[in-house]
Structure formats: C-alpha cells, structure tokens
Design a protein around this ligand. Structure first.
Ligand code: SAH
Length: 223
C-alpha cells in the first residue's frame, strides 16, 4: 500500500482486520480500493492503547475532548461516496474534522493530496504524530475552524466533512472547483442526512445517501 511504512509498528493480526473488511463487505461496501485501504491502515494506532483491542470492531470509539473516531462503516461509505462522485480519484481533498487522523490516513492512500482541518489543537497534534509514524507524506494539517475552509489551498476537487453540520458552510462551497463534490452529514436534528453534492457551474446536484449520527460541527477553535 503506497504511503505506508508499517515496519516497527506493533500491529494487531491481519486476520482481525480481514474480519472487519468482511463485515463492511456484508454491510454493502463494494469499493475494493476502499476495502483494501481499510485492511492496510492500522486503526489501533489511532485510539488510546486501552481501547486498541476494540479498534477493529465496527464502532465509533472515544478519542478524548468529547470526540470520537468515526465508525469504520461510515469511514468506508463516505470514502467510497467521495471516490465515486467524480470522474477519477480526486487530486486535492479537503477534510474538515481531522479528529484521530484515521479518515485522513485512509484518504491519503487513495488521493494525491489531503488538507485536513481540526479545531481542537490537542487532537490535531496527536493526529500529526500518528500520521508521521505511519510515514504518510501527502497530508497537510491545520488548526482552525473548518467552517472557513482553507482559502490558501483552494480550490479543492473534493471535500469531506466528518462532523455533523446544521447547514453547509458557504466558505467551503466557494472553495470547491467546478465538478468537485462534497460529502457531508447535514441536517437540523441529531440524525443527519449524509449528502453528496456536486458543483457544476452555479448549479448543485445533491443526493442523500444515508441517515447518520456524528459529533457536531461547531464554531471556533480550542486547545
Ligand atoms: N475523521 C475523524 C472524525 C473525528 S469526529 C476520525 O475518524 O477520527 C469529528 C471531528 O471534527 C472532531 O475531532 C471535532 O473536534 C472536529 N470538528 C468539529 N467542528 C469542527 C470545525 N468547525 N472545524 C474543524 N474541526 C471540527
């Protein structure tokens, strides 16, 4: 798998990870690139050691600061939705909500460049350490409020928001290239619509892919 140097990292067994992939497959994930990547990226290094034995369960787990590493099924479904949205793998991808860095690592192995923004500095620094330990090089991280996007790195070919939004941030839409697509959990209540939007000229085409629960996309930054 490109971009990953797994030597020297204590990994849980290949069999445990293959079981997770099997489960995702039986729950409807069909994109083999995504499944291969889930099999290759060691999720246990993105959670605290005390939770490492649960890293290959298909569930969200706490990562501190009241946040969670997303459920593998949702990571897979959102990644597949992002890849399927365009004509080929997107080149420049913006992720909002780095969290543990797990989704970042998955994206990094499938697209050319990942730009990821996290509002909680403590989480961002741990994610940075983990990505470095894995030898991931095509990721740039930023401590900031993802509601503003990352103007200096725009335009993006694809955007993934990994926190539940009440509405789609205007700044993010403005930073998308023509033909770019956005995957975002959005809606007023606790249960969000997982949407994929595609920008074409001034028009937007949108589809609802699923109903999901996420920690909220909030405003401002925090240590
Ligand atoms: N992809 C991550 C998901 C973490 S949960 C993972 O699998 O580990 C969502 C993350 O979004 C949290 O870390 C939260 O702090 C972050 N977040 C929430 N609002 C944000 C905002 N406005 N800008 C950037 N990050 C935000």
């Amino acid at each position: 798998m490109k971009h990953f140097n797994l030597e020297g990292i204590g990994m849980t067994s290949r069999r445990t990870r293959d079981r997770l992939v099997q489960r995702l497959r039986s729950n409807g994930i069909v994109d083999e690139r995504v499944l291969d990547t889930i099999a290759a990226v060691p999720r246990h290094i993105f959670v605290d050691e005390a939770l490492a034995h649960r890293a290959y369960e298909d569930s969200a787990l706490p990562i501190g600061h009241g946040q969670t590493i997303s459920q593998p099924y949702l990571v897979a479904a959102m990644t597949a939705a992002l890849l399927a949205g365009g004509d080929g793998p997107p080149g420049r991808v913006l992720e909002i909500g780095t969290g543990s860095g797990y989704q970042t690592a998955i994206l990094a192995s499938l697209v050319a460049e990942v730009y990821s923004i996290e509002r909680i500095a403590g989480l961002l620094e741990r994610a940075r350490d983990r990505l470095r330990a894995l030898g991931v090089r095509n990721v740039q991280l930023k401590h900031g409020d993802g509601n503003s996007g990352w103007p200096a790195k725009a335009p993006f070919d694809a955007v993934m928001v990994t926190a539940g939004a009440s509405h789609i941030p205007d700044a993010v839409m403005d930073q998308m290239a023509d033909g770019a697509h956005l995957v975002i959990p959005v809606g007023k209540g606790d249960v969000k619509d997982l949407k994929r939007l595609r920008k074409s000229g001034d028009a937007w085409r949108q589809e609802t892919l699923d109903q999901v629960r996420f920690v909220p996309l909030v405003r401002g930054i925090a240590r």
